[in-house]
Design a protein around this ligand. Structure first.
Ligand code: ADP
Ligand code: MG
Length: 402
């Protein structure tokens, strides 16, 4: 199948070819005809499968055909980074078209708030917004959404994880009941089905969620004691002339600690976590994309949706909390069918969790030998139980270190 099979307008085809898009990906092949036909849809496919174009292209095509200076499409996304990324894709696809778009997200200055207000009131065709910032505009009373024909929720699962459920309901209350609703998600958790039932009207379902990392990823794991982790990480990073390396850790405090430690060892590294201001996050990402920064340490905030090309190596410094997160983290590498390497450090406490990841992807991930200077690591004993001190209600009691 080719993009020309969709009967897109010539201006849109030109944008596609300028971006070197030749063949639709499977999720695009399945979703575009449904969206073009005006039906509601819930699409589920893992990170890196091309969901952005799956919803943008048919919508842009419709707007070209009936071009008016009104708001036509609202895209709601969980993070500022994703809003920027979709806006960039939009600028690429829409370059030769009259379709206008604006990204609306928090953390900018008063001038941009005014620009957003102008775009909202003068009818930018496509609004890409994070929930909080959009509600700030809605509360001011000047936003008229009567002309909206399409509502798109991207990364719906992440939005619910981030607690945007009430915000979504509020935003939807401003929209016409008669509309096409398009929902994309990387996972099909029960709460996603619930949301879909509530806001979609007799939707078609498209599901390409094979719970497996992209085929090009070489995966490996190291069994380590906590005391060996840092030394192993440094030895893995040393002498790598890969341009882009992404390291994940579970909490922002650990991310900061890793950054400090690796900077002290003179690695070209930066960190991204929720304590940074928006400007700082954008700048760090820009430097990483430009390859001025070789390595980035991040929490899971970054692991979904953010599209950075050619990440050659992903390191999970900790085993992710749930198996889906593993797939998303590993999905950062080998985007669009190139190859990449994903390595995970597993301490004894995390072995059980890691086993559940292996079960989900239906494959055993190769355990690699430690560099000899680190000494022996633990054996793989995923069924071993770890005693946790029990607090009230059976929850683990955590003692603060002094
Ligand atoms: P997802 O939202 O599913 O995580 P994206 O839409 O961000 O995936 O796409 C991942 C990457 O693949 C992007 O760099 C995008 O430009 C590229 N891509 C998507 N579809 C195609 C295609 N049909 N041809 C070439 N590249 C594509
Ligand atoms: Mg996406």
């Amino acid at each position: 199948m080719k993009f020309s099979d969709f009967n897109f307008e010539p201006e849109l085809m030109e944008g596609l070819s300028s971006m070197n898009f030749e063949k639709p990906t499977p999720i695009q092949e399945l979703s575009i005809p449904i969206i073009s036909a005006g039906k509601d849809i819930i699409g589920c496919a893992q990170t890196g499968t091309g969901k952005t174009a799956a919803f943008l292209l048919p919508v842009i095509n419709k707007i070209i055909k009936e071009h008016k200076h009104v708001v036509n499409t609202l895209i709601i996304v969980p993070t500022r980074e994703l809003a920027v990324q979709i806006d960039e894709a939009m600028q690429g696809f829409g370059y030769f078209t009259p379709v206008t778009a604006i990204a609306i997200f928090g953390g900018k200055d008063g001038i941009s708030f005014e620009q957003e207000k102008k775009a909202l009131t003068q009818g930018a065709n496509i609004i890409i917004a994070t929930p909080g910032r959009l509600i700030a505009h809605l509360n001011m009373g000047y936003v008229k959404f009567d002309s909206i024909e399409h509502l798109i929720l991207d990364e719906a699962d992440r939005m619910l994880d981030m607690g945007f459920s009430d915000d979504l309901n509020k935003i939807i209350s401003f929209l016409p009941k008669q509309r096409q609703t398009i929902m994309f998600s990387a996972t099909m958790a029960p709460k996603i089905r619930e949301l879909a039932k509530k806001i979609l009207n007799n939707p078609e379902q498209v599901n390409i969620a094979v719970s497996k990392p992209a085929a090009g990823v070489l995966q490996g794991a190291y069994l380590v004691y906590n005391t060996q982790k840092m030394a192993l990480l440094k030895s893995l990073l040393t002498g790598k002339n890969l341009s882009s390396i992404l390291i994940f850790s579970s909490t922002k405090d650990k991310v900061k600690e890793l950054e400090r430690d690796l900077l002290r060892s003179k690695f070209n590294i930066a960190a991204i976590h929720s304590d940074l201001e928006q400007d700082q996050r954008t700048e760090v990402l820009r430097q990483f994309k430009n390859k001025n920064i070789q390595m980035l340490v991040a929490t899971d905030v970054l692991s979904r949706g953010i599209d950075i090309d050619s990440i050659g190596l992903v390191i999970n410094y900790d085993v992710p909390r749930d198996a889906e997160d593993y797939i998303h983290r590993v999905g950062r590498t080998a985007r669009a069918e190139t190859t990449g390497v994903a390595l995970t450090l597993i301490n004894p406490e995390d072995m059980r969790k890691f086993k559940s990841i292996e079960d989900l992807i239906g494959d055993e991930i190769k355990k690699l030998p430690l560099p000899p200077q680190l000494g022996e690591g633990p054996a793989y004993e995923p069924n071993k139980k770890f005693e946790r001190p029990q607090g009230r209600g059976g929850k683990p009691a955590f003692r603060k270190k002094r």
